[in-house]
Ligand binder design. Sequence first.
Ligand SMILES: Cc1ncc(COP(=O)(O)O)c(C=O)c1O
Length: 441
Amino acid sequence: MGHNDPNLTASSLQAHWMPFSPNKEFKAEPRLFARAKGMYFYTPEGRELIDASSGLFCVAAGHCREEIAQAVFEQLQTLDYTAPFLRGQSKAFELAERIAHYTPADLNRVFFVNSGSESVDTAMKMALAYHRVRGESQRQLFVSRERAYHGVNMGGVSLAGMVNNRRAFGTGLAGVHHIRHTALPQNRFVKGQPEHGADLADDLQRLCDLYGGENIAACFVEPTAGSFGCLPPPKGYLDRLRAICDRHGILLVFDEVITGWGRMGANFGAQAFGVTPDLMTMAKALTNGAQPMGAVAAKQAIYDTITNAGPAKGIEFFHGYTYSAHPAACAAGLAMMDIFANERLIERAAAMAPGFADAIHALRDCPVVTDVRSIGMMAAVDVAVDGAPGVRGHEVQKRLFDAGLHLKSTGDALIIAPAFVMEPKHLDEIVSKLRAVLLSL
Ligand SMILES: Cc1ncc(COP(=O)(O)O)c(C=O)c1O
C-alpha cells in the first residue's frame, strides 16, 4: 500500500524512529493518517477508517473536538508556558479540583505529569517518599503482576509483566516481584468480571511471607489489564488485594491510565469495582488525547504526611517535570471536563456497555476466535496463534486497516475500545468489518 501525502516522500519517512513499531516494515509499506473527525480517521488519499480503539484509548469524546482545540488555541495566546516549579497558573489548580470530583473521595490531591509512564514512576516515588517520612524507609520493594503494562520509563518497565517490554530493560529496578495474572482457561468467553481467580490475589500474601510485608512499599495493578488485551479482575480479587495491603501497610496503586475516565463504565476502575486504592494514575482520556498529560491522584493523608514531614519551609517532594501542568494541557483537560459533564459521557459509556459486549461477543462464532473478553467499553478478541505468537494478530491488524478499521492489537489479541460518542451504526460497522476479516483468515 503506497501513500499519497504530498508532504511525505519515501525518503522522508526514514528519520523518524517510530515507537513500538516495526520500522522497516512500516517504511516499506506505510499506513498513514492525515486527519480525523468524530469516530473516523482519514488517510492522505481520503480513505475513511473507523476508529475502534479511540486512537490508543485516548479519544473518549471522539476526534478533533472543537471545544478542546479552541481552549488550547486561546491558552497559547494568553499564557503559553510558565515554570511549574515555584510558580503557578490558575488552570492547574482548577483542573486538579475538577479531577478530584471524579476520583474517590479521599484521593483529592493531584500531581500533574505528561504521560501515563510518568504517572507510574511518579506514583512509585510517592510511595517511597511516604514510607520514608514515616520512618519506614526499609520499604523498597514493589509488587506488580504478570501481563501488566505500566508504561516504559525505568520504574514502570520494571513493574511490567509483558516479556518483550521487560526482556532488555525490565531489571532496571531490582526489587520488583510479580504476582500471577488472572487469565484462566475457565474464564474464557466471559462478559464482565469472571468468577474464577480471586484466590490469585493471595500471591501477594506469599510475597509478604517470603520478603516480609514490612519491606514492600506498594502493589501496582491495572484494575483491568488493558494493553495486554482486556483482562477484567475476577470477582473479589481487588478486594482481596486491598485487604492484604491493609494488613501489611502496603500502598495499593491502581494504574488507571486506560481504565480511568469512563472506560469501565464508571469514573474510574476504583468505583466500577468498589475498591479504593491509595494512589491512582491517569492519562490518555484526561485531555481526550489532544494534549499530552497524565496525573497521579493521591489520598489526602499521603499528601499531608509527605508535606508535613519536613521543615515549615522548603520543597517537600523532590520531583516534577518542566511540563508538569502545562497551561495548554490544563486548558485541554478543563475543556474535556466540560465535555464529560455536559454530555454525561461516562453515564453514556455505562449505558452503552451491555450492547457493546453483546455485539463483540457475537464474534465468538468465527472459527479463528479463541476467546472474547469485555468490561465496560473495552473488549478483546483473541485469534488462534498461527506459527509464532503475535504473527496472526499483526496480520489481522493490517488487514483491518485495509478494510477500513483501526484498532490496537497486542500479540494475538485485538482490542476494541471505541469512543463513548459511538452510535449504533458505528458499532455495526466495527463488528461487520471485524467479522469479515476474521472470516477471511
Ligand atoms: C496502564 C497503563 N499505564 C501506563 C501507560 C503508559 O502511558 P504512556 O504511553 O502515556 O506513557 C499505559 C499506556 O497504554 C497504560 O495502559
